[in-house]
Write a protein that binds this ligand. Sequence first.
Ligand SMILES: *[C@@H]1O[C@H](CO)[C@@H](O)[C@H](O)[C@H]1NC(C)=O
Length: 246
Amino acid sequence: MLKLFAILIPQRIYFKNVESAPDFTRCRQRDSKLNDCLKNAVPDALRRMKEGVPALSVPPLEPLHVSGMNIDAGVGPVVLTQNYRGIKLHGLTDSIITTYKADLKHYRLKTESVTPKMEFVADYVMKGRILVLPIQGKGVANITMVNLVVKHDIFGEPIKRDGEIYMHIKDYKVKFIPEKVSLYFSNLFNGDKRLGDQMNLFLNENSELVFNELKESYEKSLSSVFQDVTNKIFDKVPMNKIFLEE
Ligand SMILES: *[C@@H]1O[C@H](CO)[C@@H](O)[C@H](O)[C@H]1NC(C)=O
């Protein structure tokens, strides 16, 4: 989850009149160890942004609030319309970066992160079927991913403004590869406890199948969240203050 990962901001940014400016680590563009520097600087920046950065309108990252997400029914073994509201993502700021490849000439960033435990908690409404079983409910969902590997593929473009170059992110792709997924939906079947417990058991016994069917929708929704957060920074801080030129 990450895009949250977003990433980036590996640098010290000075804010005029802002007392609580986070003190980010700087990385130099020409440094032969740029990628190694970013590997440490990015998670460090994420932790420093736990409570958000009001000066850049970066929201708190722990937890990260996402207003909503709709998933259409789809085809195959899982046919399920889902609507999530008031989403809270917990755990992003505990992520570590395992690889970082910055190709700043082409405004490309490729990175892989591992989030030890990412919890996705939200109000949900859903209706459909999983394999042959009908499922419907309205309550609170908790989808927890353990040792979640996230591959981030980030495409930027230079935007010139007031003599500065900004690296605007125009496309942000993510892939989620969790080691384990657990799912819990409260209040399934209008609160019928027996049916709800059985369904939650069934979902967890088949969590790989269920998650694989839903993964693409989660990836799409979260990559746009990561893109937004990254652009909050990248659209406001010139590129040469994020990746130092000298
Ligand atoms: C979500 O589920 C995980 C794993 O079952 C659990 O550790 C966590 O406490 C739950 N979070 C909430 C907010 O219920």
